[in-house]
Design a protein around this ligand. Structure first.
Ligand code: NAD
Ligand code: IPM
Ligand code: MN
Length: 359
């Protein structure tokens, strides 16, 4: 029996609250199917840890994490530590250090989820955003010259390597071909006259190897408009790091809210562990009150199960989430309910048990 080693970094704010529910779901799956086993190791790396030690993770932190099969992360960032310090010290360090160059974020209106768009039903919101996750606008390259002086200059350089651009675009073409779906590239070559001209060129070049994939290419501003007006235009979407960050919060908004949006940071070659996390942040405004919606982090558990090859369990977790949302008895306030975070987790586990009985 294979045991999957999972590093749990609950992080800050609502991170520990929502991650606790995801871990509960994984444990419930082990109970329902004793062939599947998980070993969890908790790490306290967070802003609180930083305030005590001056570091977001210890010097040998990446070496420790490297031995795990997956990382399950809550959220990072809390008032008291500047965001660029906490995020570069932990989340972005892991994404880059473990070459998790694919950020897979489904934007799918599940059964029972509320859509704020008038007259839009489930059939019209079903896409997967493939976000570049290792470079681009998040390369971290730049400088801050003449700090505090009148001639102060700040540079933030986007880095789009051929390798980095090709591999994410190729991944998206492969996915579109496998699923028989269209592929849309989101860029901005009219203004970003180097990086995005290059992006568009690579999208076209790689596309020659996939003549069967129908493609579209939109400027990011127009794409945002279409996300709201005609979300059915999008099936598989590929875009840069920053644009992917922005359009997936927009995607979350049209597909049930941030409390329901999940993401997987993948190192497809499996040289390093991949990391699973909700799209949302640490939500300091509701932290510690039991109000956090755990469904996003539970959906990322479903992505983890898919990644481990347990697709039928990944699907069952999504169906359990749908069951809980359709019944509407155990929902957190962001979804119009009064349930506590742990009650939603319990309801998902109950639904999963019922589904498993028929599996
Ligand atoms: P946020 O996603 O934490 O919160 C935005 C809004 O959505 C808030 O009103 C919050 O209450 C609500 N919300 C988010 N998740 C929710 C959930 N599960 N259930 C119910 N409501 C939820 O974004 P922010 O406020 O811009 O950022 C807060 C902190 O989190 C910052 O430090 C930011 O840098 C960090 N952040 C971290 C990650 C990450 O670690 N992956 C992602 C985004 C933001
Ligand atoms: C996300 C977050 C991160 C990002 C931040 C916290 C650095 O917003 O995962 O969407 O921009 O990638
Ligand atoms: Mn984001």
């Amino acid at each position: 029996m294979k045991s999957h080693k999972i590093a749990v970094i609950a992080g800050d704010g609502i991170g520990p609250e929502v991650i606790g529910e995801g871990v509960k779901v994984l444990k419930a799956i082990s109970e329902l199917n004793p062939e599947i086993n998980f070993e969890f190791t908790d790490f306290p790396w967070s802003c609180e840890y930083y305030l005590k030690t001056g570091k977001m993770l210890p010097d040998d932190g990446m070496k420790i994490l490297e031995k795990f099969d997956a990382i399950y992360l809550g959220a990072v960032g809390y008032p008291g530590v500047p965001d660029h310090v906490s995020l570069w010290g932990l989340l972005l360090k892991i994404r880059k250090g473990f070459d998790q160059y694919i950020n897979l974020r489904p934007v799918k209106l599940l059964e029972g989820a509320e859509c704020p768009l008038k007259g839009v039903d489930r059939s019209r919101i079903d896409m997967i955003v493939v976000r570049e996750n290792s470079e681009g606008e998040y390369a971290g390259a730049g400088d801050w010259l003449f700090k505090g002086k009148p001639e102060e200059v700040v540079l933030q350089t986007g880095v789009f390597s051929r390798k980095g651009t090709e591999r994410v675009i190729r991944y998206a073409y492969e996915l579109a071909r496998k699923e028989g779906k269209t592929l849309t590239s989101i860029s901005k070559a009219n203004a970003l006259n180097y990086s995005m001209v290059f992006w568009d060129q690579v999208f076209e070049e790689v596309g020659k190897e996939y003549p069967e994939v129908k493609t579209y290419s939109y400027l990011v501003d127009a794409a945002c408009m279409f996300f709201v007006k005609q979300p059915e235009r999008f099936q598989i979407v590929v875009t840069s790091n920053l644009f992917g960050d922005i359009v997936t919060d927009l995607g979350a908004a049209i597909a049930g809210g941030l409390g329901l949006a999940a993401g997987a940071n993948l190192n497809p070659e499996r040289t390093y562990p991949s990391m699973f996390e909700p799209v949302h942040g640490s939500a300091p405004d509701i932290a510690g009150q039991g109000k956090a919606n755990p469904l996003a982090s539970i959906w990322s558990v479903s992505q983890m199960l898919d990644f481990f090859g347990y697709e039928s369990w990944g699907k069952a977790v999504l169906e359990a989430i749908e069951k809980v949302m359709t019944e509407k008895k155990s929902l957190t306030p962001d979804m119009g309910g009064t349930a506590k975070t742990n009650e939603v987790g319990d309801a998902v586990i109950k639904a999963l048990g019922e589904l498993a009985a028929g599996m």
